[in-house]
Design a protein around this ligand. Structure first.
Ligand code: ADP
Ligand code: MG
Length: 330
């Protein structure tokens, strides 16, 4: 069991308010990803759940119980960090077992547990190896396994994949999704990478400046951004948002939803511009179109539109979102 509830939580470091009056409920069993730019308070939030930091005001509940004064070891959580601290002098087995040190588990049970978990994360054949003989991905799995032996109700992960190369990162994403399915426990995963959030989360919590901008499943986050910040943070390239008109109303559309042509086009939104860059991305091409004060990104299967050509751009009404002068979607 592992639901987590923040009620009016504020966290200050000296004069600096890092988290401001935050209300957030993380559902038991969810894969929740906290995402946002560097410095927005993600790690601080995670450290409060872990009990490594204490909130300045407000209440934090795990499974309905106020844990404000509960020590980290009494919180039924395990944390995996970006710089996974595994012990170089200990074998893989020793490192995994270390997660059990403070529990009273018999030697036999301990051996059985370590073996079954090492099978789960694909390390069974490596139990007697030293970490220095493992790949980066295997070492990350040691850190995961060490968290898993505790059988916590909540896994907290702070950018655990950011030290891995791109290929391994993609592979580990899939492994974490599968692990979550298998364990059924709450995962709270922190990243600054919107792609990681989109691909792994069942719920995304997007933060900026210590405030939640939007909390929603990936699809909703992408299609129905709550505000301009969300629209521009989620997706690569991000949503196009026009500069404010006279009434402050702004219009947004995704790069893949705009059409380009040398000939005039019809659409609920149209613009004229010039292709300034063309970037081939395998099956798709990303164009930058400058029209007046705006620069639009357009993603297309057609790679045949030339740089420096004047083009027409159009977007169908169903793909447009509108934002008020305050940046909130209307
Ligand atoms: P994120 O993980 O989203 O990058 P953090 O939670 O690490 O952000 O930090 C949020 C803000 O809190 C930053 O401005 C950071 O400088 C500040 N901060 C974090 N930890 C401390 C600390 N122990 N003392 C003072 N300021 C801190
Ligand atoms: Mg951080």
């Amino acid at each position: 069991m592992g639901s987590i509830e923040f009620k009016g939580v504020t966290k200050r470091f000296g004069e600096n308010t890092v988290i401001g009056d935050l209300d957030l409920t993380i559902e038991d069993g969810s894969f929740t990803v906290l995402v946002g730019p560097s410095g927005c308070g993600k790690t601080t939030l995670l450290r409060m759940i872990a009990g490594l930091d204490t909130q300045t005001h407000g209440q934090l509940l795990i499974d309905g119980k106020d844990v404000t004064h509960a020590r980290p070891g009494d919180r039924d959580i395990a944390m995996v960090f970006q710089n996974y601290a595994i012990y170089p002098t200990m074998s893989v087995r020793g490192n995994i077992e270390f997660g059990l040190k403070n529990n009273k588990v018999s030697r036999d049970d301990r051996r059985q547990l370590v073996e079954s978990i090492s099978k789960t994360v694909g390390l069974f054949d490596y139990l007697d190896r030293k970490p220095s003989t493992l790949s980066g991905g295997q070492r990350q799995r040691v850190a995961l396994a060490r968290a898993m032996v505790k059988k916590p109700g909540v896994f907290l992960m702070d950018e655990p994949l950011s030290n891995l190369d791109a290929k391994l990162r993609f592979q580990m994403r899939v492994e974490l999704i599968e692990l979550h399915k298998m364990l059924g426990t709450t995962f709270v995963y922190v990243t600054h990478d919107q792609g990681e959030a989109m691909s792994m989360a069942d719920t995304i919590v997007l933060m900026n400046g210590g405030k939640i901008q939007q909390m929603a499943p990936p699809e909703v986050m992408y299609r129905q951004p709550a505000n301009v910040f969300t629209a521009e943070f989620m997706g690569i390239p991000p949503m196009n948002v026009t500069r404010a008109g006279a009434d402050g109303i702004r219009v947004g559309f995704r790069p893949e939803n705009a059409r380009l042509s040398y000939a005039p086009l019809d659409g609920a939104f149209t613009a004229e511009g010039r292709i300034v860059t063309r970037e081939m991305l395998g099956s798709e091409t990303v164009y930058q179109v400058r029209g007046g004060d705006d620069v639009f990104m357009v993603k297309s299967a057609d790679s045949g539109i030339d740089v420096d050509r004047d083009v027409y751009l159009a977007v169908a009404g169903e793909h447009l979102v509108r934002f008020g002068a305050d940046g909130v979607r209307i």
